[in-house]
Design a protein around this ligand. Sequence first.
Ligand code: HEM
Length: 423
Amino acid sequence: MSLPRPIADSTPSLLARGYGWLPDRMRRAAVPLVRARLLGRRAVALRGPDAVRFVYDERNVRRHGALPEPVRSTLFGHGAVHTLDGEAHRVRKAMFLSLLTSREGIGDLVGHATGAWDAAAARWAGQGRVVLFDSAAEVLTEAVCRWSGVPLPASGAGPLSRDLVAMVDGFATVGPRHWRARAARRRRERWLARLVEEVRDGSAAVPEGSVVDVVARHRDADGEPLDSRTAAVEILNVLRPTVAVCWFVAFAAHALHRWPEHRDRLVEEARREDRETGGAYAEAFVHEVRRFYPFAPFIGGLAVRDLSWRGRPIPAGALVLLDIHGQNHDAGLWDEPYSFVPERFLDRPVERDELIPQGGGDPAAGHRCPGEDVTIALLRALSVRLARLAYEVPEQDLRIPLRRVPTRPRSGFAVTDVRPHGG
Ligand code: HEM
């Protein structure tokens, strides 16, 4: 099977255009399939619920060998669950799902996060200027360490939170941000591998059933425990994305600033229902934050064999991308996709393969994010707290550049004159 004509490599264009690259290409294509060449490899990009089912079918697309080295050395780690297929993936994934989907476990994590937020908010009141992105990252680092059995460093949550943020911030770029991400990963993998070794030889103790305990005792599909470095990689695959919820916290602050009517509705619902962690409206708000604001641009794997998508050939070995950002703004799926309208999620159930900010399909059977319930619960509770917090928004650069991946409000969303109890 061959492509109609040679295609120039689009990697520089992707790096330069960021979130706009794929949706722009899609807009120009007559069919929802784009052909490109990335990192020297043939690539096709798809979108839509049918494409989700196609891409998440392991008979079509597999992950082994698909992730470029710069992404493995920053964002996910070598040997991570993201890179596995078949039985090896299912067994490793079951470990994550057991840790991340129990109602009780999520409730405990949210409790740690709201406790850390309230303590931090009391401190913010005495500070001149607070950058919400950075402060939320510290709150979430403190919470996830307490919850997962990872000892909080004596220096506090700050340096660790900056390393965890760096791993996400530097995966899709060249230059200093990328080198910071690599260094942060090396440092934290070494530190957590030592912790796993100490837990295994009995010189350190962690709570039974905690993330560190479960990962240290986990056995893979081959019956073998994880080597300590891979165990560290997987512990980081809980810590790092939990802290990455700070991107959505900054976006939630941005939304409440641009469209303040949502603030009253969040506060009013929490008061009416006596639910500190928010109700149906808070959940709809969170879904809209995850849909509307750009975070993960796309996911990808390799075509297992010669495939055909809507009659169009995809050669074996091609990189198959699912256009997450584009699908979350597809006018065929969402009315007025570029308007921020949480109510859209009150009117209809969330379809599994339509809203895909954290991947699609069934998380147990494929690679969909196992932390989606955690993300929603954390963001619900913190959005309500954010809505209740009184503060001023000083002059700053709140633009969200689409060329930067991952993006965020340029200023990180700074606030002043914080009054924790609504002034
Ligand atoms: C900050 C918000 C988050 C976003 C935007 C996000 C997004 C994603 C995306 C796009 C994927 C890839 C899906 C695929 O490859 O098909 C993924 C996978 C994953 N996420 Fe998340 N995630 C978030 C939060 C979390 C949290 C809170 C955790 C854990 C505490 C988590 C743990 C994971 C793991 C372990 C995987 C790999 C799953 C697999 O390969 O089977 N994520 N996430």
